[in-house]
Ligand binder design. Structure first.
Ligand code: 15L
Length: 267
């Protein structure tokens, strides 16, 4: 048991679902937040149905919480209003409520899209210049800034995990570099929960990929030792997925197709 109560946001999302059983075993109470009601599974789960943009609800949901694993919010490029409410207002609400409720630590899913306009020939360290590739990416840069601010001023500790591509399998050629297996994701979240002092740490969330463009050596104190390697799945790509042409944007920039994705206008 690592903490008495952990709050998992985005519990019904792809990564929330992967982390839920694992977190359930590491706390006395796992509070799940989701916009829609979900069925409780373990006998130590509890539910908080809420929209992250609603401060009062977030304040209530963070009461008596020791640590937060925040996987909620918008997970791709969207209209400005959805990005604003889910990832900017929502992120502020979470940090401000955590300050008021004295939550010790927040681990959250930042993204490769905070640095997506870097070329794949760039080797990046966690303190590199950000280059968001979308409004979604801009919201992740905001989140990282907010996390730093709340640590510097209020000592709310946090880990911003710049998640690459966390999916069950390597599905395209870019993921040879960006893939984060679910096992490695769980290991990274666990490290983020147990390392005694993290201040505000930014760490790249990728497996031990031969083709990685990220260097986590400056955050060696996190003890993150990924075991999976996307390279092992190359045969699947060779057989099933067409190699992108040399000048394809999706393999020129680290953010892949988000670099060319539409700029949504509010409907
Ligand atoms: C992300 O930030 C998304 O949430 C995820 O769905 C993937 O698109 C990932 O980035 C990626 O770029 O592979």
């Amino acid at each position: 048991i690592l903490y008495n109560r952990i709050l998992l946001t985005g519990a019904a999302g792809n990564l929330g679902k992967e982390l839920r059983p694992f977190l359930r075993e590491r706390c006395n109470k796992l509070r799940l937040s989701s916009r829609r009601p979900i069925d409780l599974e373990g006998d130590n789960e509890e539910l908080a149905v809420l929209d992250l943009a609603d401060f009062e609800k977030v304040l209530e949901a963070t009461k008596d919480v020791d640590a937060i694993v925040h996987m909620g919010g918008t997970s791709k490029e969207d209209t400005w209003n959805n990005v604003l409410q889910g990832n900017i207002v929502g992120m502020y609400n979470l940090f401000e409520a955590s300050r008021q409720n004295k939550v010790k630590r927040i681990i959250w899913g930042s993204s490769v899209h905070a640095i997506g306009y870097h070329k794949r020939t760039d080797v990046l360290e966690p303190d590199c210049v950000t280059k968001p590739d979308s409004l979604y990416g801009v919201s992740k840069v905001f989140g990282e800034g907010l996390a730093q601010y709340y640590f510097d001023k209020f000592k709310v500790e946090s880990v911003s995990i710049r998640i690459g591509s966390s999916f069950p399998k390597v599905a395209d050629w870019r993921m040879l570099s960006t893939w984060l297996s679910f096992d490695d994701l769980r290991h990274l979240v666990e490290r983020s929960l147990i390392v005694p002092k993290v201040d505000h740490t930014i760490i790249f969330g990728c497996s031990n990929n031969d083709q990685s463009f990220w260097d986590n050596s400056k955050v060696g104190y996190m003890g993150y030792k990924p075991r999976d390697n996307a390279e092992d799945q190359r045969p699947y790509l060779e057989e099933n997925v067409k190699k992108p042409p040399h000048d394809d944007t999706a393999i020129t920039y680290q953010g892949g197709s988000f670099v060319v994705a539409g700029h949504f206008e509010d409907k």
